[in-house]
Design a protein around this ligand. Structure first.
Ligand code: SF4
Length: 362
């Protein structure tokens, strides 16, 4: 507990806020910082960090919530597979209420009779498959570099043990191509990136070199209030100096080289493919598909999925929020039609979603 207390120390936080104000004055201009990670979005809202920022320093959310960036088409495919006879569909809980086309969801499919089960870890698919040899167990493979190794490990175990009734709808995504897509956007009005702590435990620091090469500051930060304040303080330091490098504030979790074993595990099972992101469109090499030797675990090869005409809810502005273009109050449905009890888009569903965070904390 001592460690956590240290990163929640109010006196330390106050000193950092004061030091940030000095640096903000030295910068002499407004600074917009994108927090890439959904866990940062949640922590920023929960700890009231926005209210502590010096005038002119703005935090905007990015595409770091895996549920939020999953395209409506991928959700529709999952809903189709979940509804098939003989399928046990297994998912993390935060996918349950994400709306597909026309407002359907795994929760609604389950209410209509489908066998949809919630797990905390992909490895739970194995005992479910062993207990149900006559059924197909399909896992919703969602997440970034932090989650994907656990799913790769589950698949590898299934192969080693000859468990054949498990497959995965792979909508995994990788972060660096998404950051590149943001940097390529001529309308991107962001001066710096607060890089994701969890993903960086796997990727290390080099994954963000392109950010600094393209004239933006970058700091990998942890999730406690002092972590985030110090991360912003370091970002302002880079901006004041006009010298950019990928700094690691979250040293207790992230090493410069990341976790090569976890990356090798991902690489053994998956290969990069182009993937569609909500709000960002199709990004080259940003998704993961099964390599040839693991292709038997691909649910989309195992089940015939018909052509699905997917349609995003027109008034929902999740796409603009995920690109840092607007904050949730900029969406006309925020708090009026769209609430956590009646989410219109994915950003209102999961606790890492920007709209949900704003609804609860702001
Ligand atoms: Fe979409 Fe609701 Fe957020 Fe608006 S408030 S962008 S409808 S999730």
């Amino acid at each position: 507990m001592k460690l956590i207390d240290e990163y929640r120390d109010p006196e330390l936080a106050r000193r950092l806020v004061g030091a940030m104000r000095v640096r903000a004055d030295q910068a002499g201009r407004g600074v917009t910082i994108m927090e890439v990670c959904g866990s940062h979005t949640y922590a920023i809202g929960r700890h009231g960090i926005r209210g502590l920022l010096p005038e002119g320093i703005r935090l905007v959310s990015g595409p770091g919530c895996p549920v939020c960036v999953t395209s409506v088409h991928d959700i529709d495919v999952a809903l189709y597979v979940a509804g098939l006879k003989g399928v046990i569909f297994v998912t993390f809980g935060d996918m349950l209420r994400v709306p597909g086309t026309g407002g359907s969801s795994l929760q609604k499919v389950r209410a209509a009779g489908a066998d949809v089960r919630i797990v905390a870890s992909a490895s739970e698919c194995i005992p479910i498959a062993q207990a149900n040899p006559g059924k197909e167990v399909v896992f919703m493979g969602i997440g970034f570099e932090t989650t994907t190794p656990t799913i790769a490990s589950m698949v590898r175990t299934c192969r080693a043990k000859g468990i054949a009734n498990v497959s995965v709808v792979s909508v995994h995504k990788v972060i660096p191509p998404a950051i590149r897509a943001l940097l390529d956007d001529p309308d991107l009005a962001v001066d710096a990136f607060l890089c994701p702590g969890h993903v960086s435990t796997i990727l290390g620091a080099r994954a963000y070199d392109e950010i600094v090469q393209r004239g933006r500051a970058a700091v990998i930060a942890g999730f406690e209030p002092v972590d985030i304040l110090e991360g912003i303080y370091l970002i302002l330091g880079q901006i004041v100096k006009g010298e950019f490098s990928v700094e690691i504030q979250y040293r207790r979790g992230v090493s410069p080289q990341g976790n090569p074993r976890a990356r090798a595990l991902i690489d053994e099972v998956f290969e990069p493919v182009d993937a569609e992101w909500r709000g960002l469109g199709t990004i080259p090499g940003s998704g993961l598909s099964f390599r040839e030797e693991y292709r038997g675990f691909d649910a989309l090869k195992r089940f015939e999925v018909p052509l699905i005409q997917s349609r995003e809810e027109k008034a929902c502005r999740c796409g603009d929020i995920l690109k840092g273009r607007i904050d949730p109050p900029g969406c006309p449905l925020f708090r009026t039609v769209c609430t956590p009890d009646n989410p219109v888009g994915p950003c209102m569903v999961t606790h890492e979603g920007t709209c949900s965070t704003y609804y609860i904390c702001c």
